[in-house]
Write a protein that binds this ligand. Structure first.
Ligand code: PLP
Length: 382
């Protein structure tokens, strides 16, 4: 327990407080109040307004996406992404079991089936090696589409997730998707500002999804964004997320089953202000990561998770690896009892009642990591 006291002391010192230190909280140090006041003064607080358009343009520019379309949250950004790449009821979608539930829920909303591929120990995200092995063993391409030979179902898409902001080996995954005729959707909900070989996560796939939930690197209260390389697909997303209404001065005509997934102007206003300080937040989060890394480098038993080769991480949540599940639980108990919020990683999707019966590979790395990962307080110090 002595070692654990050293750690809680260090976290309290890092955040300059003897009080409870949370895992990840938002910071409002810029134009947030000004833009919110502007919304209220103008009465444009709801589904139309200038901040919505501005936030989409600003995010497209920041990420390098051709087009960005706002959503009410990251989960429905992913739901929309599935629909836009053509995932249909009965299809299979490759993803990882070491992820937040939203990734798999989005697949399930369509009536599609997740197939769980193992992750890399170096990235914590979907492994192109495991994906290749699964495809070679189980899949075939027929008439320009990929099929699972055993189930006969079409394998329509692949959704890797950039865990805690750490980019996956996205180029290799992208190449496999192309070779096997599978659409690539990136769950970049945790990785705004993270880059692979200098290119922003969420812009490698046909579609990418970001989240602006309150615990993410920047927040709009609740919100999400869909990123596109294809302008036309982005326009389709805009149409579908706004009830598929045909533009007209007064007529109410809708030409598809649409969704009310549009982010209100008041949330977008918050997002515009948050985005102005994103680089500052990431710089601060990377400083926090460096401080943790130095601290744990001098101590045996607990390993700090460092960004992989070719990756620039936003370090949304810092992670350490404990030697075993038992020690992980002891560490969680001590730290949470002593004013430092820590959390284990999500339970594997393959262990949840909704997803336990779906197809999966050996999951060795996912299981090993799930027993050992602990997230540490990671808020920006701005
Ligand atoms: C946060 C998150 C989402 C989306 O969450 P919302 O709360 O709906 O914005 C999706 N996937 C992952 C991996 C996430 O961490």
């Amino acid at each position: 327990m002595k070692d654990y006291k050293e750690i809680t002391d260090f976290v309290h010192q890092l955040y300059g407080t003897p009080d409870f230190v949370p895992l990840s909280v938002p910071r409002f140090v810029g134009n947030e109040k000004k833009y919110l006041e502007d919304c209220i003064d103008s009465t444009f607080v709801s589904s139309v307004g200038a901040y919505v358009d501005r936030f989409e343009k600003d995010i497209a520019q920041y990420t390098g996406a051709t087009r960005a379309v706002v959503c009410v949250n990251g989960t429905n950004a992913l739901h929309m992404a599935m629909m836009l790449v053509g995932v249909e009821r009965g299809d299979e979608v490759l993803t990882q079991s070491l992820t937040f539930i939203a990734t798999c829920n989005a697949i399930a909303y369509i009536g599609a089936y997740p197939v769980f591929i193992d992750v890399d120990l170096q990235t914590l995200g979907l492994s192109p090696d495991a994906m290749k092995a699964w495809l070679e063993k189980n899949a075939e391409v027929k008439d320009g589409a990929c099929y699972n030979r055993r189930t006969g179902r079409r394998v329509k898409a692949c959704v890797p997730m950039h865990t805690f902001g750490h980019p996956v080996r996205i180029e290799e995954i992208s190449a496999l998707c192309e070779e096997w005729h599978i659409e690539l959707v990136e769950d970049a909900a945790e990785s705004i500002g993270s880059r692979y070989k200098g290119r922003h996560t969420g812009t490698f796939g046909k579609v990418g999804a970001l989240s602006f939930n309150g615990n993410k690197t920047i927040t709009t209260g609740g919100g999400g964004m869909i990123l596109f390389q294809d302008e036309e697909l982005g326009a389709r997303a805009k149409h579908l997320t706004t009830q598929a209404k045909v533009p007209h001065r007064w007529e109410f005509r809708h030409d598809a089953i649409g969704y009310n997934y549009r982010m209100p102007n008041i949330n977008a206003a918050l997002g515009c202000a948050q985005l102005e300080n994103l680089d500052k937040m990431i710089q601060s989060k990377r400083e926090v990561a460096t401080a943790y890394e130095r601290f744990f480098a001098g101590r045996s038993g607990i390993t700090f998770f460092h960004e992989a080769k070719d990756c620039y991480s936003n370090y949304w949540l810092n992670a350490v690896l404990l030697p075993s599940r038992e020690e992980r639980d002891a560490f969680l108990t001590y730290t949470n009892d002593h004013g430092v919020m820590t959390r284990p990683v999500w339970e594997l999707m393959t262990d949840l009642p909704m997803f336990e019966n779906f197809e999966k590979d050996g999951q060795e790395h996912s299981r090993w990591l799930a027993d050992r990962i602990v997230n540490l307080p990671s808020s920006a110090r701005v």
